[in-house]
Design a protein around this ligand. Structure first.
Ligand code: 5GP
Length: 202
């Protein structure tokens, strides 16, 4: 496996999904992991593009069959990452980009510590986060309250991430993330030193 992994986490409304998509549109080698979820489809979303939408029963069956690299309950819904697809992309040398929560980051860090780069994206303040969630208008008031409450728990996990991006201006955050992606591709720990030196000498 020669690829690398880039996990992007952060509160709902931080702008991390848009940043991940733009990175994957920019670089041919960056591939976005499309998660499976039991959450209801939003009007703006498309099956297979934003998520693979499924039922709780089918999700539980997929867990039993070991189909997920990691899965978690987030804001009352289930979300999981396809193991087969990720392994396939890594074997092709891709940088797999994950738009997942802090639980997913912890699980992936345990599996791939040597080839993982993690980024936490947030807003300049809680007030700005609230404002963005309200303006986005994809969730009702109760869901927004739940997401804001969870944001505080997610912020408490920042210490476990390599980079912190305060997404005030999208274009600046995108430039920062591009620099992180480039650096993540040349992480020294990705390379087995013995193999590298033998090949270099030959
Ligand atoms: P949303 O419902 O807003 O699309 O996503 C809610 C949260 O679930 C976000 O923080 C998103 O990053 C996270 N999430 C999406 N897919 C996965 C996944 O496969 N695993 C984990 N652990 N979290 C995910």
């Amino acid at each position: 496996m020669s690829g690398s992994l880039l996990v992007v986490s952060g509160p709902s409304g931080s702008g991390k999904s848009s940043l991940c998509r733009k990175i994957c549109d920019t670089y041919d080698y960056a591939a976005l992991s499309i998660s499976t979820t039991t959450r209801a489809l939003r009007a703006s979303e498309k099956e297979g593009v934003d998520y693979l939408f499924t039922t709780k029963e089918a999700f539980e069956k997929a867990i039993e069959q070991g189909e997920f690299l990691e899965w978690a309950e987030v804001h009352g819904n289930f979300y999981g990452t396809s193991k087969r697809w990720v392994v396939d992309m890594l074997s092709k040398g891709k940088t797999v980009v994950f738009d997942i929560d802090v639980q997913g980051q912890a699980a992936i860090a345990k599996l791939f510590s040597d080839r993982l780069t993690s980024v936490f994206v947030t807003t300049p303040s809680l007030e700005i986060l609230k404002d963005r969630l309200v303006k986005r208008a994809t969730d009702n008031a109760e869901t927004i309250e739940r997401r804001l409450k969870n944001a505080l728990d997610e912020m408490a996990q920042i210490d476990y991430f390599d980079y912190l991006v305060i997404n005030d201006r999208f274009d600046e955050s995108y430039e920062t993330l591009k620099a992180i992606v480039l650096a993540s591709r040349v992480k020294r720990s990705k390379v087995s030193l013995c193999d590298f030196i033998s090949a270099w000498k030959a």
